[in-house]
Design a protein around this ligand. Structure first.
Ligand code: LMR
Length: 349
């Protein structure tokens, strides 16, 4: 009888402990589903991918696609967390955050690397490219390889280039159809000396402002105009503060996908291979879809009726081109003659 009471007391205290401390008695007797060879949660790699544009832009959509591919191809053992709209880091701090491995991937506009890596200025030259084919040749050819190699001294590893689209000019009050229309106007620009020279050649002044501060500064009229792709103009609602958009196609805005070098080296060769193949497939996708997205957003801009869209005729295009030629001479000092020659070869092909 005493023995029975002791056994009952033992069982009762076990059940009580399970209630109080939250033990699940079932777990102690269930066989483990996976053996030790299987990857557990502690083996999961998390890639924090930070970027500054909306989720509906070419970059936002590509980041999502890349995340889906990586997660599917690694059965979820690598997960990609996306922070869009500068919700984690912005233009000014995302490169530093990457170098310190606070995020593992970013995709800034190539213009945003020009101060640290002056050769990147080649991609910002006005009228550097007159077709998507030429942009692709630069990114995938020797210009792209030279630029990726430039990063070797940094904590950032260049993984490849992503596409957005050709830049268009927007302005308040007057339409920009002739270089003289830029005189005395104040524009937002990205941190690229070429872009600063481009506006100087048009007798306009500029302020260097982060992407996510552009709308506000247009709204309070600190700046009167800016240049960007139609997807960025539409998704950032810049049409609310701008009366005119000139389809100038005077420059190309694309991205460099970067990862943290040490983070990369610590991945297994299999993990690296999956990330590289997912990135290659995403790059192929964004190359085609960025064109559609920008076209669709131009159509949306036309539909808003709050911004007038202007097209330059052949003669006007030639006048713009001619006005911006001096930018090449200045830029050669930073890029070297060889890169400019390679750019010219792409145009001749
Ligand atoms: C900008 O600053 O205008 C762009 O670089 C934003 C982006 O990432 O497309």
């Amino acid at each position: 009888m005493r023995t029975f009471a002791l056994i009952a007391l033992f069982i009762f205290s076990g059940v009580l402990a399970a209630f109080v401390f939250g033990f699940d008695l079932k777990d102690t007797v269930q066989p483990l589903e996976y053996d030790d060879e299987q990857e557990g949660l502690e083996d999961q790699v998390v890639i924090k991918f930070s970027h500054v544009t909306s989720e509906h832009t070419p970059k936002g959509l590509a980041a999502r696609k890349f995340a889906e591919l990586v997660e599917a191809r690694t059965n979820g053992t690598i997960s990609v967390e996306i922070y869009a709209n500068g919700s984690l880091y912005n233009d000014q701090d995302e490169q530093q955050a990457l170098k310190e491995n606070r995020v593992q991937m970013i995709a800034p506009a190539t213009s945003k690397l020009t101060s640290q890596f002056p050769k990147f200025q080649i991609l910002d030259l006005p009228y550097a490219f007159s077709s998507y084919k030429e942009v692709r040749k630069a990114y995938e050819g020797s210009i792209g390889r030279t630029l990726l190699a430039e990063l070797h001294t940094s904590e950032m590893k260049g993984m490849g280039f992503w596409y957005n689209g050709f830049k268009q000019m927007t302005s308040r009050t007057k339409a920009l159809l002739h270089p003289a229309d830029f005189e005395q106007m104040h524009f937002r620009r990205m941190p690229s000396p070429v872009i600063e020279r481009q506006f100087q050649a048009l007798d306009a002044s500029t302020s260097l402002l982060p992407f996510n501060k552009t709308y506000q500064n247009l709204n309070v009229e600190f700046i009167q105009g800016q240049e960007n792709t139609t997807s960025n103009i539409y998704t950032k609602k810049m049409y609310e503060t701008q009366d005119h958009l000139t389809v100038s196609n005077h420059g190309y805005l694309g991205y460099i996908v970067l990862t943290n070098e040490t983070f990369w080296k610590n991945l297994s060769p299999e993990q690296q291979k999956i990330i590289e193949s997912s990135l290659a497939d995403t790059t192929d996708w964004i190359r085609r879809h960025s064109i559609e997205t920008n076209d669709a957003h131009l159509r949306e801009l036309k539909r808003t009726e709050s911004i007038s869209i202007h097209y330059l005729d052949k003669e006007q295009q030639e006048i713009w081109r001619h006005a911006l030629e001096p930018v090449y001479i200045e830029t050669e000092k930073f890029t070297g003659r060889e890169l400019i020659q390679e750019l010219n070869q792409i145009k001749d092909q």
